[in-house]
Design a protein around this ligand. Structure first.
Ligand code: RIB
Length: 306
């Protein structure tokens, strides 16, 4: 398999509101939308839609109808779903999402089956022939570490999107990660300091490469841009593409899936970062999580015009 994504799968229920609800407040919103979500599943969709290669998703859903919905929709999108485990003890993961009129969001996740993983579930998994492995942190940490370890042992390039960032230190995962892709908030938590601008983001990327021994660190700073450092000796800043934002849900997932896709497509690291930025920029111009991932042609046309 060219790309393996291990992670969460959720049904996303989204409602548009003028502003995000405050404590104790009841808001009237739009009609709800139901879609495919979960950071892992979204990244698998992005990697599949934007690469020329086969992408496998490894995740857990319940034995309920939401689990069947996610599995069949994902298969229809061309992602290999043989790695999906149906867990009879937990419901399928669900996310309740509010999106305000500026495209910002708040998300509450009910992890359900995503949290049912134990290392015994993965004892038979082998990753020979995998080029890129991609993980996030919506699944149990010890299982994610073990998956990354096996991907690394199989000589796959490993990418970790440390989202959501846990309270506890995650340094023990660093030796099995090649590329770390925190957003601004996650990088601040990892470094225990504020990162407010491009200069601080570049310094943060360099510091993280040195601390974790990564091949590269990419800090995504939303509408500001992206800082990255390869091997820690220098850093770079790429300003964000300017687009009209409608919905930022899963922009980071689109970035990570697109990065994996571009690397597996044989593109250089720097150009892959630019490609991922373009894909993420396009994703915020559309509603939804997996449904907002652009096509390869859309990204290529966007890059040709910017
Ligand atoms: O990153 C966006 C995703 O986070 C949503 O699809 C939601 O399911 C949560 O996992």
């Amino acid at each position: 398999m060219a790309v393996v994504v291990f992670g969460s799968a959720n049904v996303d229920i989204s409602i548009d509101v003028r502003s995000l609800p405050k404590l104790g407040e009841t808001k009237q919103g739009s009609d709800y939308r139901i879609g495919l979500g979960g950071k892992g599943l979204n990244q698998a969709v992005a990697a599949s839609r934007l690469s020329h290669s086969l992408v496998q998703f490894i995740g857990a859903v319940g034995t309920d109808h939401f689990g069947s919905f996610l599995e069949s929709e994902l298969a229809a999108l061309g992602v290999a779903t043989s790695g999906i485990r149906r867990d009879p003890t937990r419901p399928t993961g669900m996310a309740l999402i509010h999106v305000d009129r500026d495209g910002h969001n708040s998300i509450t996740v009910s992890g359900g089956a995503n949290l049912s993983w134990t290392t015994s579930h993965i004892s038979d998994l082998a990753f020979d022939g995998t080029t890129v492995g991609l993980c996030q942190l919506e699944t149990p940490f010890d299982v994610t570490v073990e998956i990354l370890k096996r991907l690394s042992n199989a000589d796959a390039l490993t990418i970790l999107d440390p989202a959501p960032i846990p309270e506890e230190a995650i340094d023990e995962i660093f030796p099995v990660v090649d590329i770390l892709t925190p957003n601004q908030h996650e990088a601040e938590r990892l470094l225990n300091r504020r990162i407010l601008n491009s200069k601080e983001a570049v310094q943060g990327a360099i510091a993280l490469v040195k601390r974790g021994g990564f091949k590269a660190v990419i800090i995504t700073m939303g509408e500001q841009g992206v800082a990255y450092s390869e091997n820690g000796t220098d850093g770079n800043w790429l300003p964000a593409f300017q687009v009209d934002t409608i919905d930022t849900v899963a922009a980071g997932d689109c970035f990570n899936g697109a990065l994996a896709a571009s690397i597996v497509n044989g593109v250089s690291f720097r150009e892959s970062v630019v490609f991922a930025m373009a894909a993420a920029a396009l994703s915020v111009t559309k509603e939804g999580a997996s449904s907002s991932v652009p096509s390869l042609v859309e990204v290529q046309e966007f890059l040709a015009n910017h």
